[in-house]
Design a protein around this ligand. Sequence first.
Ligand code: SF4
Length: 197
Amino acid sequence: MDPVPLSLLNDFVYCPRRAALKAIEGVRSGNVHTVRGDIVHEHTDLAGYEVVRGAKLLRALPVCSARLGLNGKCDIVEQRPDGTLYPVEFKLGKRRRWDNDDAQLCAQALCLEEMFGGAVPGGAVFHADSKRRREVEFTQGLRTSTEAAIWELRRMIGSGEVPAAVMKPQCDGCSLREICLPEMAGARAARLFEVSG
Ligand code: SF4
């Protein structure tokens, strides 16, 4: 099966239509959020490693899972003195209300477990604006919901169908909003039933 990018899983959990517009329609649009996000990631995009306080930090580590059909890269993977791997994902802004970042991080852990064999019990999201690091435990619940989202994303891509726009809180700050036009969704549907003349 063709691998699905980890970043697309993040989009899918944020909004399935957003992932479909990118994966099926090939839409790519930047707004201030994505441009700033790209700048945040510039610091982690150069592959390499360094040792900090006894932990080896692996930057821009490519990861994949044959079982789940995933590929992508981890911004940072800490290899702790006992050998445990600990992924850290850099994100713009403060913590958002949605589960997309946690799902992406958990999917990274599933890849690392498949590649290296050991358990990856937790990771962290580093929020650039607040400069806070939020620990994420990869509970069985998070693992189950992440795997379910991966299969649902794959099913959606296979169907070739783009879900209809639905106005929701996630639309605020979505870089595809001007293309998606969720505020027009109700109007478009209503026009189909208009009687002309
Ligand atoms: S604007 Fe809203 S409905 Fe459209 S892709 Fe973004 S989050 Fe989804």
